[in-house]
Design a protein around this ligand. Structure first.
Ligand SMILES: Nc1ncnc2c1ncn2[C@@H]1O[C@H](COP(=O)(O)OP(=O)(O)OP(=O)(O)O)[C@@H](O)[C@H]1O
Ligand SMILES: [Mg+2]
Length: 258
């Protein structure tokens, strides 16, 4: 059975006509895409095309110069402070690199968001081991981040993000810098988050294999816009020379390689 068709096509996130520059450097120039509720959307594209910037726009760390972002039909751009807070609370994010707090042990790292939300220490004491169990890292509460491998740190980052029960998870390069086996485990966790919690997921990745394994749909960003949208089969079959060059990792082609 193809579980991919089992998800209703309600749009959870819509980005419309997004423009974003830094000084004279145009990064996004008319970016349009949407993410359906409960789907895993993978975002691919060359380094520096604005994938991480797109995630930062989604969570409101950056603001676009033009264009609108809607979450559950609510416009982010014109939102009041409380509305923005409500939208922001829907998101969990796993940043590029795990971004753990080096000086805190794993327990306190995972508890961080819960404490900010004023959860009781009893609740936290129950939640942290469960969250670590969920990401396959039971019993590491007392360790500090530098004692863990990169893959383990990513999984702790995921436990920390999931603690706040987000409706939407954003993953920035979750499998970069980990071996293929650990990468496969991270992929399975992303799929588990979706199947257990029905989380809508946006996964930025360079890893085409991983994208094909987990994505319902893939978009490719090129020169500030989306130049491909489709499922993994369509991605692999695409005859667009830009898509082909990226998928095959060739130096020759329309994409300039620095
Ligand atoms: N806060 C910022 N100030 C100035 N320039 C920025 C800022 N954030 C990103 N940029 C620039 O915007 C461009 C896109 O950056 P972004 O981090 O989104 O790329 P990316 O697609 O995620 O690349 P990678 O695959 O290497 O992670 C880059 O040229 C980057 O230098
Ligand atoms: Mg990036």
């Amino acid at each position: 059975m193809d579980s991919r068709s089992a998800f209703p096509m309600k749009e959870k996130i819509v980005l419309s006509g997004i423009h974003k520059s830094f000084g004279s450097k145009v990064i996004l120039s008319g970016l349009d895409f949407s993410v359906n509720e409960g789907e895993i959307l993978c975002v691919i594209g060359k380094s520096g095309t604005g994938k991480s910037v797109t995630l930062k726009l989604l969570v409101g760390i950056l603001a676009p110069e033009r264009g609108e972002i809607f979450v559950d039909g609510m416009s982010y751009t014109g939102a009041s402070a409380p509305q923005r807070a409500a939208i922001e609370s829907k998101y969990g994010i796993l940043f590029q690199g795990a971004a753990l707090f080096d000086s805190m042990n794993i327990y306190d790292n995972v508890a961080f968001g819960l404490r900010r939300k004023a959860a009781s220490e009893d609740e936290i004491a129950r939640a942290v081991p469960e969250l670590l169990e969920l990401v396959g890292l039971r019993g590491i509460e007392k360790k500090i981040p530098s004692e863990l491998s990169g893959g383990m740190q990513k999984r702790v980052g995921l436990a920390r993000a999931i603690a706040l029960q987000p409706e939407i998870m954003l993953y920035d390069e979750p499998t970069t810098g980990v071996d293929p086996i650990t990468g496969g485990a991270v992929d399975r966790l992303i799929m588990k988050m979706r199947s257990v919690y029905k989380i809508t997921s946006v996964v930025v990745t360079h890893d085409i294999k991983s994208a094909c394994r987990i994505a319902d749909r893939v978009i490719m960003i090129y020169e500030g816009r989306v130049i491909f949208t489709g499922d993994p089969d369509a991605l692999m079959r695409s005859s667009d020379p830009i898509v082909r060059q990226f998928v095959e990792g060739k130096a020759d082609g329309p994409i300039k390689v620095i």
